[in-house]
Every structure is written in structure tokens, then in C-alpha cells.
Design a binder for this molecule. Structure first.
Ligand SMILES: C[S@@+](CC[C@H](N)C(=O)[O-])C[C@H]1O[C@@H](n2cnc3c(N)ncnc32)[C@H](O)[C@@H]1O
Length: 298
């Protein structure tokens, strides 16, 4: 068990990657280096990118030997710039690229980052300090209609209209600054002022938080922009592997891979997404919604 984050679908990622000694790989979402560590063990060299200063700091402390020996090059940056970062670091013809999307357990567990509806903290949700807009800013400046769009599209929340109405009413009285402030606005969502059950409130909270996180970090646009750039970085036979955690991400990956195949740029290796085994889900609940898709460059 990695104290930073337990890597999901690790065995599957490595099987599809077919790591070779001295070959180059890019880990576009380095996190705590769970996937990268195993690629390094198998003799691969890795360019690891993460937008989170704390993740890069963790890597620099825990992979000193590999960094010193030029086996691992950690870079603080956004994977939407993957082409530029790869060129700058001489990783422009690689054998594989992996994306393990979303947030790490380390990020979720730190209450001051504001990612979890279950932990009291400021409504921040930025994956890196380079981003300027926090979730609290969105909550305070978006109109009722914009909030509705956000929660219904990015959170797929059925009560989006009621939620946005409640937020607008609550923020007239006091700025919504913390995770707790936001969760309190969800307490009385039903018209008859009945309190929602804790279970329902948690479900809505989860989707509302997901929507805000995606918006704050511009997650879908970053992914949409980055995937085509990876094709120019992959060697013939090189593989692109993406693990997604919700249907909005998975749709982008699926559509992009189909588009690449239609343009004869390679072939889809996973006709259906690869899911974690029952055993993995039992040991690591976070893996439950993971889906892995793999594309091979021609
Ligand atoms: C699920 S974690 C990766 C965990 C890693 N595979 C491991 O096993 O430790 C996702 C990581 O991607 C980073 N991330 C998310 N969006 C990013 C982006 N646009 N550019 C760079 N890193 C990003 C997050 O900061 C987080 O550390």
C-alpha cells in the first residue's frame, strides 16, 4: 500500500505497455509515482508530469536515486502542454504514454485542498497553485443558470436546478467559503423543507463536488487537447493508455481513439474498456469506477 496513492489497474497497465530496458515512457499524471515506480523497476526511463507542486515534491524526495541517474525526469506542468514538455526534455519519441486521470488519494485526504465533501476545508479544489480560480470563486460569481449548467453537465446531477437555487439563496446571506458551507446548502433540498437523508445528501454532494472540480481544473478540455498531441510523441508500435473515472472522461477517450483509428493513425487495442478485477475493487474502493482504454500507434 502506497501512503500517497494506490495505483489502479497496475498489472493491466504494465501488460499493455510491454516495458523494455532503456525504452522511454511518459507518465502524464505522475501523482505519487505508483505506475512509474514499476516502469522504472522494469528498466524503463520515465518523464513524469504533474500539475501539483506537492506531488512533484513527494517524487523528488522519494525517487532521489532514479532522478540522480536520469531514469526519472519529474516536471511540474500541465499535461495539456505534453508536446512542449516532452520536446524540452528529449522525450519526443517514446514507447508508451499513460494517463491516470482525476485526483490522487493524497489530494483528497488533505482537507485544506477542499476536494472532499466529507472533510471540512476551504472550497479550493485547484490541483495546482498555477490555477487561479477556486471552487468558492465559481460558487460566488456564476449565475443561477450557469450553476445549473455546471451541475447538470459536469455533475450529471438530476437536482441541479434545486441545488443552484439553494446556493444562490444561501450566498445572498453569506459567502460560501468552505466545503461545510456548501454541504449545508444541500441539507434542505426538497420543496417541503424536509431534510434529505444523509445518503442522498452525500450522493448529491459527490456530484456537485465533481462538477466543481472538473470546472476549476478545466479537466475535460485538458484531456481533449492532450490526447491528439500524444500521437506525435509515440514511436511506431508505441501505446497510449488512459484510465478514466467517470463517463464524461471515458467518452472523450473513446471518441478520440475512434477518430485516431478512422484517420489511420493506429489501432484500438481495447475494443471494450478494461475494468478492475473484483479482487482489486475489494482492496481499493477507489478503483471501482476505473476504465482503461489502450491505443497503439502505427
Ligand atoms: C490519479 S492521480 C495519479 C496517480 C499515479 N498514477 C500514482 O499511481 O501515484 C492523478 C494525478 O494527475 C494530476 N493531474 C491532474 N490533471 C493534470 C493535468 N492537467 N496535468 C498534469 N497533472 C495532472 C493530479 O495532480 C494527480 O496527482
Amino acid at each position: 500500500m502506497n501512503r500517497f496513492h494506490t495505483p489502479v489497474l497496475l498489472k493491466e497497465i504494465l501488460e499493455f505497455l510491454n516495458v523494455g530496458k532503456g525504452k522511454k515512457y511518459i507518465d502524464a499524471t505522475l501523482g505519487g509515482g505508483g505506475h512509474t515506480k514499476e516502469i522504472l523497476k522494469l528498466g524503463g526511463r520515465v518523464l513524469g508530469i504533474d500539475i501539483d507542486e506537492e506531488a512533484i515534491r513527494f517524487i523528488k524526495e522519494n525517487f532521489k536515486f532514479e532522478i540522480f541517474n536520469f531514469k526519472l525526469v519529474p516536471v511540474l506542468g500541465n499535461f495539456k502542454d505534453i508536446d512542449r514538455i516532452a520536446h524540452l526534455n528529449n522525450f519526443d519519441k517514446v514507447s508508451g504514454i499513460i494517463f491516470d486521470l482525476g485526483v490522487s488519494s493524497f489530494q483528497i485526504d488533505q482537507s485544506q485542498r477542499g476536494f472532499s465533501y466529507q472533510k471540512k476545508g476551504p472550497l479550493d479544489m485547484r490541483m495546482g497553485k498555477s490555477l487561479s480560480v477556486k471552487a468558492a470563486d465559481l460558487i460566488s460569481v456564476l449565475s443561477k443558470n450557469e450553476l445549473y449548467e455546471l451541475f447538470s453537465k459536469l455533475g450529471q446531477e438530476r437536482f441541479a436546478r434545486v441545488v443552484s437555487g439553494r446556493i444562490v439563496r444561501a450566498r445572498r446571506i453569506k459567502r460560501i467559503e468552505t466545503t461545510d458551507d456548501l454541504m449545508k446548502t444541500l441539507e434542505e433540498l426538497s420543496g417541503k423543507n424536509q431534510r434529505l437523508s444523509a445518503f442522498k445528501r452525500a450522493l448529491i454532494g459527490k456530484r456537485v463536488f465533481q462538477a466543481l472540480r472538473i470546472a476549476v481544473n478545466d479537466e475535460l478540455n485538458n484531456l481533449k487537447g492532450a490526447l491528439p498531441k500524444t500521437l506525435r510523441l509515440l514511436k511506431k508500435g508505441g501505446r497510449l493508455e488512459v484510465i478514466s473515472f467517470h463517463s464524461l472522461e471515458d467518452r472523450i477517450v473513446k471518441d478520440s481513439f475512434e477518430d485516431f483509428e478512422n484517420k489511420n493513425m493506429g489501432r484500438i487495442i481495447t475494443k471494450k474498456p478494461v475494468l478492475p478485477t473484483f479482487e482489486e475493487v475489494k482492496q481499493n474502493k477507489r478503483s471501482r469506477s476505473a476504465k482503461l482504454r489502450v491505443f497503439e500507434r502505427l
